[in-house]
Design a protein around this ligand. Structure first.
Ligand code: SF4
Ligand code: SF4
Length: 506
């Protein structure tokens, strides 16, 4: 019998309709899907959790679509970076991202010829072994597209090590105005489902569960149709669609653990260990299937450009596209007075220089919202922040404790459980920025999460002795993983010399 339950956590913000969050907008919210070919891209070497990749090109080099322009140093927790356009490298310099990260960045000027690498071509992805599939995903530079950008291959390896049973696909995009994941499902449902099945098989899961909002009937139907089409190829997997209530921040792994498995995870517990499940974003699954079946590295993504000051644009753009080029294509945006936010309007960061701010692998939305300045007053003890906190915290109490330097007391009050959702700051009528103080205090919990993945990344180096020969000059990083080739370590005559370390080859 079908599971008719509606899963959820308590509290949070009731977004109702992610596109009509404020219910004040005068714009018609038609979702449009557009393809953008920018005049240039700026590729930061750090768009993920971990250390920056190292550029492998120099100014003046010609690059093609799909070409690797940055590789991880051996043994580092990182992912490679690829170009989504063809053209010449015009600049390699440091770039300060809105989140404060300083990273080397490669700028490529588009020649508009769309010249692809020959290696970008279809292959029989179903024949790949688990080891090869995870290797392809690693070399394709795929990281989580819905959140912090944890390298997907490391997460898959951890899930395999923990012997997970459930492979969860997060189709629950709940951030206000963001619909990029929903568009990915509508436009490419088979890619999302096939990517999930291939990854579920690679980690040895027995169930593949799609988590989606109860209101997303169209996307739900698309997923159900896709499952029907492909299930004969994946008889080893059991499929199900789990319906969730629409509220923000639905989809965060600790809230999913509570809703689906009834477990309250602490900051140092993982879904894999405690619930024998692993959670991936649906857009990440799309990227995985593109890499596995078409040899396409992670070089483009769908981005929503939307807010209470703009219609519901969704653009398929090469990663690295400057935000200014997105805004140019969203005609209804009044650049002068609106706030342009890198990310969603609750947790994102205002963009000061759209020309020098690129779309990165984790950018699901550029929010365009009207500028509203709430006058800052002392706390009026209205309790709204506690009412909406999905982690059942008392943000005003914790905020006061942190202000007075009482860190131990704040920790006892549960401050480390904050998931930085931004809800408390959003609802506060006193205009107090509660989130920044509490979330930075809680940040240490995330370090534990990354550390547990680091263990897997080191193990990976022992598994892949052919590391040096895999990164091939002009060819795609995926060349080594051909159809069903168990012994995938071809040697390359031209290993690349790293520009920053003289004698080091990759
Ligand atoms: S305290 Fe943290 S988890 Fe709670 S509402 Fe504020 S930002 Fe969200
Ligand atoms: S929402 Fe703002 S004013 Fe109300 S209790 Fe929380 S901190 Fe105080």
């Amino acid at each position: 019998m079908a599971d008719r339950r509606r899963y959820s956590f308590y509290r949070g913000l009731f977004t109702g309709d992610v596109l009509n969050f404020s219910k004040r907008s005068p714009f018609v919210k038609e979702i449009m899907f557009e393809r953008i070919y920018p005049s240039k891209i700026i590729l930061p070497m750090k768009m993920h959790s971990g250390v920056p990749a190292v550029p492998t090109v120099k100014v003046g080099d010609y690059v093609r679509i799909g070409q690797c322009v940055g590789v991880p140093e051996k043994g580092s927790f990182s992912v490679p970076v690829h170009s989504g356009i063809s053209g010449k490298v015009s600049d390699i310099s440091d770039l300060r991202l809105p989140n404060g990260i300083l990273t080397p960045a490669v700028t490529i000027v588009n020649d508009m010829k769309r010249t692809r690498l020959d290696s970008v071509r279809p292959r029989s992805a179903l024949k790949l072994s688990a080891r090869e599939a995870i290797g392809v995903i690693r070399d394709a530079g795929i990281c989580g597209m819905g959140g912090e950008g944890l390298p997907t291959a490391a997460k898959l390896k951890r899930a395999r090590t923990e012997v997970v049973k459930d492979f969860l696909v997060n189709c629950l995009q709940s951030e206000p105005y963001a619909t990029s994941d929903l568009v990915a499902i509508t436009e490419y449902p088979d890619y999302v489902v096939l990517g999930a099945c291939a990854c579920a098989r690679a980690v040895g899961a027995s169930r593949c569960l799609f988590l989606i909002s109860e209101y997303r009937k169209e996307q739900r139907q698309s997923i159900a149709n896709s499952i029907e089409r492909i299930k004969d190829d994946f008889r080893d997997l059991e499929f199900d669609i789990k319906l969730f209530r629409e509220r923000f921040p639905q989809g965060y792994y600790r809230l999913v653990a509570r809703a689906l498995y009834g477990k309250n995870l602490t900051a140092d517990e993982t879904l894999e260990k405690s619930c024998k499940a692993v959670l991936f974003n649906c857009s990440t699954m799309l990227a995985c299937w593109e890499a596995l079946s078409d040899n396409i590295p992670m070089m483009s993504r769908i981005v929503s450009v939307s807010g209470d000051a703009s219609g519901g644009h969704n653009m398929l753009v090469p990663i690295g596209t400057p935000v200014s080029e997105l805004l140019l294509n969203a005609q209804d945006i009044n650049n002068g007075s609106d706030r342009i936010v890198w990310g969603n309007c609750l947790t994102g960061i205002e963009i000061k220089d759209p020309e020098r701010t690129p779309v990165v692998k984790t950018t699901s939305v550029i929010s365009v919202v009207r500028r509203v300045e709430i006058p800052r007053t002392p706390c009026i003890h209205c309790g709204l922040c506690s009412e909406c906190c999905p982690m059942n915290l008392s943000p005003n109490t914790i905020y006061e404790m942190l202000n007075q330097g009482l860190k131990q007391k704040a920790a006892e009050e549960g401050a480390r459980d904050c998931i930085a959702c931004g809800s408390c700051s959003y609802v506060c009528p006193a205009g107090i920025n509660l989130t920044t103080a509490i979330a930075s205090f809680a940040g240490e919990g995330r370090i534990i999460e990354v550390n547990s993945l680091l263990d897997n990344s080191n193990a990976e180096d022992r598994d892949y002795e052919d590391y040096k020969t895999r990164y091939i000059g002009e060819a795609s990083l995926l060349e080594d993983y051909s159809d069903g080739d168990e012994d995938s370590g071809k040697s390359s005559p031209d290993a690349i010399k790293l520009p920053f370390e003289k004698d080091k080859e990759v």
